[in-house]
Design a protein around this ligand. Sequence first.
Ligand code: FES
Length: 143
Amino acid sequence: MERKAFIKTCGMACLSGAVLTALMEGCTSSKQVNGTISDSDMVVPVSAFQNGKDGHKKYVVVSNDKMKYPICVYRFSDTEYSALLMRCTHQGAELQVFGDRLECPAHGSEFTSKGIVQNGPADTNLRTFPVAIQNNQLYISLK
Ligand code: FES
C-alpha cells in the first residue's frame, strides 16, 4: 500500500472509532441515573425513563454512592417495573445490561429482566426490590 493511501485509511479508521465511541457514550450515559436515598428507599423520578417526546427507555441503571452495586430498573408499563440488584449470585461480580438481559462478565451467567437465571454457573435468581410509584417518583424499597 502506498504511503498516501495508508495515511488515508488510518485517518478514516480513527475518525470512525471516535464517532462510534461518542455515540456509545451517549447511549450508556443516558441510561445511568443517580438515585437519592430516602429512609429505606432509593428514589428515582419516573421521568428518568422518558425517551424523546412520547417514548420510554426499557431500563435505567440507578446508582448511589452508598450502594456497592447499582440497581437495574426495567420498565414494562406505566405501572409495572422490576428492580434488580446488579450483583451476580454466583460470586458477586457486577453485572452488565444488554437490552432485555443482564450478563456476568466473570463467568457468563445470564439473567432475565425479571432477575431469573437463564444460564449458569449462577443457580440463584437476582435479588429484587419492591417498587412503588407515588407523585411521579419510583420508590425502590431497599429493606
Ligand atoms: S461471578 Fe457471575 S458467573 Fe461467576
